[in-house]
Design a protein around this ligand. Structure first.
Ligand SMILES: *Cc1c(COP(=O)(O)O)cnc(C)c1O
Length: 372
């Protein structure tokens, strides 16, 4: 079994078997000719299957230690596909501190078709166990969570939900398979917004699923084909290209993230820093570059956003460029106030996605933005 860094570089297909091309060819074709009636090359129409996308799908499966991979036009497309596994009357427990778009999709759309969602702090295992209902069919967790970096125990969740034949779904966007492998810990389905660390350059949006459930693969692929949010050949290639450098980027995101979390913790204008590297959990091997913090004074927030020069005020995360967001109005704008505040997302919270620039330049930028 090859090591993760090697799989990243060589992907599932180190070279094209026909031409020897080292870079995966971009099969920019909507349709594929059949040799004769009843025969197929394995490809028919790109909404259902595309050779470039297939290499990406096999690659995410290898990276997550899974049997199957599926690639979507966005992370939300992947989450919507997984939501289609459930029926009217099913109950799903979801981490309350999560990506706002996931809340909007589940509560705004799937709830009206009769799927019931309970949003709770899944990092509190007693609370989680107490929230199970007779019709609970799945747990959907983000760990570390977005933006408060709370850790939910993946193995404990897997045991809890498997005891009642439910499934564990883990959004692994924040740590990527480089730092965390939920399937090895018992998760059934791993989700990614590949728009973030996996592609890594803020130049494409994409979503991925990895899983090893023979009994669910047909249903997931049918949903992907039927709904049509499958990833294009060109974007599949961009994600594959990003993955080649995942290991070196993640190491740099981590060392920069640690330096900045430490620097912010000592700053007099900062009340508290949220960073999963402060209290590493044994289920992951690293902490990436996500650092959230509370300002002491909420009036500072707009000033900081305006004054930062190098760190760009923009949504998203996981790219080589450092970004800052104001979760209250951006990523978490869709979440109702009570739930947002219960999760800790208030007017003093800012979230940094630390890129791979020189850390001293980033600290200098933060230092001038936090000046009186
Ligand atoms: C961005 C994000 C998503 C949504 O993915 P898109 O690619 O933007 O559709 C889902 N989960 C997490 C944790 C994210 O950060």
């Amino acid at each position: 079994m090859k090591k993760l860094d090697t799989i990243c570089v060589h992907t599932a297909r180190p070279f094209d078997p026909v031409t020897g091309a080292i870079s995966t060819p971009i099969y920019q074709s909507a349709t594929f000719r059949h040799p004769r009636l009843g025969e197929s090359t394995g490809f028919d129409y790109s909404r259902a299957i595309n050779p470039t996308r297939s290499v990406l799908e096999e690659t995410i499966a290898l990276l997550e230690g899974a049997k199957y991979g599926l690639a979507f036009a966005t992370g939300m497309g992947a989450i919507s596909c997984v939501a289609k596994l459930f029926n009217q009357g099913d109950h799903i427990i979801v981490s309350e501190d999560l990506y706002g778009g996931t809340y909007r999709l589940l509560e705004g759309y799937y709830a009206k078709y009769g799927v019931e969602f309970g949003f709770i702090d899944t990092s509190d295992f007693a609370k989680l166990s107490a929230s199970l209902k007779p019709n609970t069919k799945a747990l959907f967790i983000e760990t570390p969570s977005n933006p408060m970096m709370k850790i939910t125990d993946i193995a404990a969740c897997a045991k809890l939900i498997h005891d009642r034949n439910g499934i564990l779904i883990v959004d692994n966007t924040f740590l990527t398979p480089y730092f965390q492998n939920p399937i090895a810990l018992g998760a059934d389905i791993v989700l990614h917004s590949a728009s973030k660390y996996l592609s890594g350059h803020n130049d494409t949006v994409a979503g991925l699923i990895a899983h090893s459930r023979d009994d669910l693969d047909f249903e997931l692929r049918e949903a992907q084909k039927s709904e049509g949010a499958s990833l294009s050949a060109l974007d599949s290639w961009l994600v594959l290209r990003g993955i080649k450098t995942l290991s070196v980027r993640m190491e740099r995101h981590q060392s920069n993230g640690a330096a900045i979390a430490k620097w912010l913790s000592a700053h007099p204008k900062i009340e508290r820093v949220f960073y999963c590297g402060f209290t590493p959990h044994p289920q992951s091997r690293g902490s990436a570059g996500m650092v959230s913090f509370y300002l002491k004074d909420p009036a500072m927030a707009p000033k900081v956003l305006e004054r930062l020069k190098l760190i760009l005020f923009a949504e998203s995360l996981g790219g080589v460029e450092s970004l800052i967001t104001y979760p209250l109005v951006q990523t978490h704008g869709a979440i109702p106030e009570a739930m947002r505040l219960s999760a800790g997302v208030n007017d003093r919270l800012l979230r940094l996605s630390i890129g791979i620039e020189d850390k001293d330049d980033l600290i200098a930028d933060l230092n001038q933005a936090l000046a009186p």
